[in-house]
Write a protein that binds this ligand. Structure first.
Ligand code: FAD
Length: 383
């Protein structure tokens, strides 16, 4: 419904990107995504070149074959991708905002020229390995180690829950060194480096999630990202990806809302459409408000990013507020669909289950709450 008409604030170019991504997902994703979710597959190799052709991979980066779009244009694209499925948006986020952004921000000219044009075109896929089996919210305490051996590096450790892991041509792996945390480019097929998929997920099923194992992986000196040392390296990329999420969540929520509105208009009980009952209207009105607010937050944070700049606290605000709103909308929508709401015939429970991952990754809701808590009180409460 969009009572606030938030999209009226978009420029013509931003609206064009919206419409292009919507048309792409309607044709290439919507007819298949329930099946991918059911089977637990995602056709990354097939979709990557198509996403590349649309300019959606590394879309907000400049040069090296990237589109150099505005932050709002990128956000709108994330919103439309996630309206189809959070797995699709996750693929694009990890490729562009994590793997490509790390190389773009911190890589050498040779690394940028080797990887970015192919990644922008979707000919090469990247992943981003920060989380470990025993270290998630506290990556500063990571166990993966890189030590020097002559001019080479030797990496040992494991990374867990890595989106695109087993389909990636290159993994950006963060490891502790004597100098602090550093990023390494690990090409697929490097001896000692393996990626195996995590199965039995009930969320983000249309997305590849893997464990990476590094067992005495020998890398040349030029595999390290030269321009960053310390946790600020990975955290700088995460801020980019979180920005995409705060838009994406609005898309997932909107998809649930639209399904609920359509159902409420057509489903009849007690001789009238269930949308005629006040309790249903209260739910729908509340969803409209929640999504209108989330859309405004996304646009505001995007305009800050395109203008004076955005702080990590503002991105945390958006991620926390918008994912929570989308999840609440999904849960309310599910009740309106009754028993039908639990099936894959409708997008609602698929989105709801996906949003449980979105709530956790890129900083859990608790961690973003603590970011805001520190901003408000000046007191850090992490440990
Ligand atoms: P933990 O850190 O163990 O947290 C468990 C609980 O404790 C949470 O509720 C958390 O909020 C809470 N908690 C922890 N510390 C505190 C504290 N100080 N105060 C209060 N509560 C606290 N990672 C990558 O590196 N790359 C990826 O591509 C990637 N993709 C992912 C895809 C999926 C589908 C999922 C589910 C995860 C992915 N992740 C990825 C990992 C994700 O970023 C982590 O799961 C997340 O950071 C949380 O870590 P954890 O699961 O180890 O939970």
């Amino acid at each position: 419904m969009d009572v606030l008409r938030v999209d009226d604030q978009l420029t013509d170019e931003e609206r064009m990107i919206r419409d292009t991504v919507r048309a792409f997902t309607a044709e290439r994703v919507a007819p298949h995504v329930a099946g991918w979710f059911e089977e637990g597959t995602f056709p990354a190799r097939e979709l990557a070149p198509e996403l590349g052709k649309l300019g959606l991979l590394g879309m907000h980066l400049e040069g090296y074959g990237c589109a150099g779009a505005s932050a709002v244009a990128y956000g709108v694209a994330c919103r439309e991708l996630e309206a189809a499925d959070s797995g699709l948006r996750s693929f694009v986020s990890v490729q562009g905002s994590l793997a490509m952004a790390a190389i773009h921000k911190y890589g050498s000219e040779a690394q940028k020229n080797e990887w970015l044009p192919r990644m922008a075109a979707g000919e090469a896929i990247g992943c981003f390995g920060l989380t470990e089996p025993d270290r998630g919210s506290d990556p500063g305490d990571m166990r993966t180690r890189a030590r020097r051996d002559g001019s080479d590096w030797i990496l040992n450790g494991a990374k867990m829950w890595i989106t695109n892991g087993s389909v990636a041509d290159v993994a950006v792996v963060w490891a502790r060194t004597d100098e602090g945390v550093r990023g390494f480019l690990v090409p697929a097929g490097t001896p000692g480096f393996t990626a195996s998929d995590i199965h039995r997920k009930l969320s983000l099923r249309a997305s590849v999630t893997s464990e990476l194992v590094l067992d005495d992986v020998r890398l040349p000196a030029d595999a390290v990202l030269p321009d960053v040392t310390g946790l600020k390296g990975p955290l700088g990329c995460l801020s980019e990806a979180r920005y995409g999420i705060l838009w994406g969540a609005v898309g997932a929520g909107r998809s649930c809302y639209e399904a609920a509105v359509e159902y409420a208009r057509t489903r009849e009980q007690f001789g009238r459409p269930i949308g005629g009952f006040q309790l249903t209207q209260e739910k729908l009105a509340w969803m409209e408000v929640a999504l209108g607010q989330a859309g405004l937050v996304a646009l505001h944070v995007g305009r800050l990013k395109d203008g004076p700049g955005v702080t990590p606290q503002q991105v945390s605000f958006g991620k926390l507020a918008n994912v929570r709103a989308a999840l609440d909308v999904a849960r309310q929508a599910r009740t309106i669909l009754g028993a039908n709401g639990i099936t894959l015939e409708y997008p609602v429970l698929r989105h709801m289950n996906n949003l449980e991952s979105v709530l956790t990754y890129e900083g859990t809701q608790e961690i973003h709450t603590l970011v805001l808590g520190q901003a408000i009180t000046g007191i850090a409460a992490y440990r």
